[in-house]
Design a protein around this ligand. Structure first.
Ligand code: FE2
Length: 419
């Protein structure tokens, strides 16, 4: 949601603006369907762990969001496709009624996939009519919610990929989501790591109110930074392999206490989707990495991915460095000079996911979108290869619990500077 919706919607009633949003709505919704197209109906129903959701559930839930937040609240003539879906596909909105337990989403063999697609089409038709025909007062109230719904759907598009990747990881056949050919980064030569000197001082952080931003990016505020240095590129698989070879997963002094407990309880010895030499699932003499393209040889120059915060922090300790705070990351982005800021992996920061000074959740049900999750999670910045084009921005705050390692998450190093 924009910090100030009126700033993003100069004239919500303007017909050209409605046309623009209608076109964007169609493109974003179609992209979700395209991402699911390579998958079988069986693929789309499976739930590999409580934190991950079936593809079919993502397709339905993103439709539910438009239905529950926009149509049911602002379109008087709205008729639900199936009123039971309000319960099935509510994720976590207490103010919008009951919901199906998250760990049991994989039990929803019904509605079938074809019915979920019919549900999407029903919602899409109603949404396009609403965008075109809503009375000015209703449109002014609902337009920011339509924009929020599109950004919400884009977030779920990345989750569709990370969740099906986890499901495929648990399948002994290790199938590919879609063979897109070699990623460009596979051919990239390793580049030397350079340190960007940052002077610190008082900097501005957060969204300035120009264009869409989630409420958790606001308000823009001042932050005091000590001088620091930040790596101009991400940590690579080749570098992380050295950490493993040096006994990184066997040395408790490198790890936070909770991280070391996670290493031991989870049997962690490498990033989640690394396949060690000799592993019977995909025999090879070398490390391999499982991804959306299936099993590929480890690419030493590629950014390391599928790391938890704990692993990122331990690697940084081993490397004689630390993780940047989210504010250091944002200031470095603004200064230029760092590469791989987006399009590869989300980058763990040393910042807890906390409200910015003066943060206020949005009014109504969408006040539950971000604010109530601001405890026990860490902020990631940037964007990944699975993030939809145009979805991220320098002030974007992604967040996950520190043990989460099924996302496209890696790290960039930082060090203290001289005062
Ligand atoms: Fe959601």
């Amino acid at each position: 949601m924009p910090a100030n919706p009126s700033s993003a919607l100069a004239d919500p009633r303007a017909e050209p603006w409605r046309d623009t949003l209608a076109g964007r709505y169609a493109r974003v919704r179609a992209h979700s369907v395209a991402l699911s197209a390579p998958l079988s109906a069986e693929d789309q129903c499976v739930q590999s762990m409580p934190d991950a959701s079936p593809t079919k559930w993502h397709l339905a839930h993103t439709s539910w969001f438009f239905e529950a937040v926009v149509l049911a609240a602002h379109a008087p003539a709205w008729q639900p496709f199936d009123s039971r879906f309000f319960h099935l596909f509510n994720s976590y909105y207490e103010s919008l009624g009951s919901r199906h337990p998250r760990p049991q989403r994989g039990m929803l063999t019904r509605p079938g996939l074809a019915e979920v697609h019919a549900y999407r089409e029903h919602v899409d038709g109603a949404m396009q009519r609403f965008i075109a025909e809503a009375a000015p007062a209703a449109w002014e109230a609902a337009a920011p919610l339509v924009e929020l719904g599109l950004n919400h759907e884009q977030q779920h598009q990345e989750l569709m990929l990370t969740d099906i990747l986890h499901a495929f990881w648990r399948n002994p056949l290790l199938p590919a989501h879609q063979d897109r050919g070699p990623a460009p980064r596979l051919a990239a030569a390793p580049t030397p790591l350079n340190w960007l000197e940052m002077p610190g001082g008082i900097v501005q952080a957060g969204a300035a109110g120009e264009g869409f931003a989630f409420d958790n990016e606001t308000p823009r505020h001042r932050v005091l930074l000590a001088p620091y240095r930040i790596a101009d590129r991400l940590v690579t698989c080749g570098e992380y392999e050295q950490f493993i070879a040096d006994g990184g997963y066997e040395c408790p002094s490198l790890w936070l206490s909770d991280g070391w407990a996670a290493v031991q309880s989870g049997g962690w010895t490498a990033p989640l989707y690394w396949i060690s030499p000799g592993d019977a699932r995909a025999p090879s003499d070398h490390w391999q990495v499982f991804g959306l393209n299936g099993v590929r040889p480890l690419a030493p120059a590629a950014p390391v991915s599928q790391l938890s915060f704990y692993e990122a922090a331990a690697y940084a300790e081993w490397a004689g460095a630390r993780l940047p705070t989210e504010f250091e990351w944002e200031a470095a982005y603004g200064a230029g000079g760092i590469s791989q800021v987006t399009g590869h992996v989300w980058q763990w920061t040393r910042s807890s996911y906390d409200p910015y000074p003066g943060f206020r959740p949005l009014a109504g049900a969408v006040g539950e979108y971000n604010g109530k999750f601001m405890v026990g999670q860490m902020v990631l910045r940037g964007g990944s290869s699975a993030t939809p084009a145009g979805h991220t921005r320098p002030t974007y705050r992604n967040f996950f619990p520190p043990a989460a390692r099924w996302q496209f998450s890696g790290l960039r190093l930082a060090r203290d500077g001289s005062c």
